[in-house]
Design a protein around this ligand. Structure first.
Ligand SMILES: COCCCN1C=C(N)c2cc(S(N)(=O)=O)sc2S1(=O)=O
Ligand SMILES: [Zn+2]
Length: 260
């Protein structure tokens, strides 16, 4: 199984990553086998405190669209859960498919969701800069939230309305008040495991916190993601879809759950 992963990584069009990350033993994403996850009673509830005015802009970086935040203070942080320190919100982005059958990076019992939200935070207690945190084992904490097809999502719509302005790679639009808490399910249950960035530089610096409950979004909102482009203005258009990395081997890791 392991070698097929490596082959798949090497072949996957989007991630021209090396065959394998030197010493890669904690790569992401992974399949979360619900029955193999281990309930950890010592896991704390995750505390999320975001200040909507720290929102800066939306940027199409050619992989996804990122909503970036002012991380020069501790105004927007998460603490608790599996984390030893508090972590500052840096950006959030999504991964999605060309059709609703796939699109998420993580899977649950081998089931794909049509999309997955990642809220990226860094350990500013221990590391002086985000760039340094990206290189350290406990540097980053990413909250993953699955999106499923269902009811219209009011909070997401303000984001969707801004997407036409960032259709092309390297376009950016000011976005100065947004509270990403509206995109996180109120159910406190999550899985957590030690992993990596799922895009280059693929560094093994991420404590993943994957929410058990998905949020519901409607077809038009998913279609709005799919009208974004990987390509810059003037280049031959390539729709931004299937921007997810193939599943990686679990190797010597356990996935813990905050719930029984
Ligand atoms: C010095 O910065 C190096 C770049 C790091 N970053 C860029 C990504 N594409 C990225 C992807 C992430 S994901 N898909 O694993 O959440 S987190 C993240 S990130 O930490 O914001
Ligand atoms: Zn991501």
């Amino acid at each position: 199984a392991c070698c097929s992963y490596r082959l798949r990584n090497a072949l996957h069009p989007l991630w021209q990553s090396p065959l394998s990350i030197p010493g890669g033993s904690r790569q992401s994403p992974i399949n979360i086998q619900w029955r193999d996850s281990i309930y950890d009673p010592f896991l704390k509830p995750l505390k999320i405190c975001y200040d909507p005015t720290t929102c800066l802009h939306i940027w199409n970086n050619g992989y996804s669209f990122l909503v970036e935040f002012d991380d020069s203070t501790d105004k927007s942080i998460i603490v608790g859960g599996p984390l030893e320190n508090q972590y500052r919100l840096k950006q959030f982005h999504f991964h999605w498919g060309a059709i609703n059958e796939w699109g998420s990076e993580h899977t649950v019992d081998s089931k794909f969701y049509p999309a997955e939200l990642h809220l990226v935070h860094w350990n500013a207690v221990v590391y002086p800069t985000f760039e340094e945190a990206v290189m350290e084992g406990n540097g980053l904490a990413v909250i993953g939230v699955f999106l499923k097809l269902g009811a219209h999502h009011e909070g997401l719509q303000t984001l969707v309305d801004a997407l036409p302005a960032v259709k092309h790679k390297d376009t950016v639009i000011e976005f100065d008040v947004f509270d990403p808490s509206c995109l996180i399910p109120s159910c406190p249950d999550y899985w957590t495991y030690a992993g990596s960035l799922t895009t280059p530089p693929l560094t093994e610096s991420v404590t993943w916190i994957i929410k058990k409950k998905p949020i519901e979004v409607d077809e038009n909102q998913l279609e709005a993601f799919r009208m974004l482009l990987f390509t810059s203005d003037g280049e031959e258009e390539k729709r931004m879809v299937d921007n997810f990395r193939p599943l990686q081997p679990l190797m010597n890791r356990t996935v813990r759950s905050s719930f029984q």
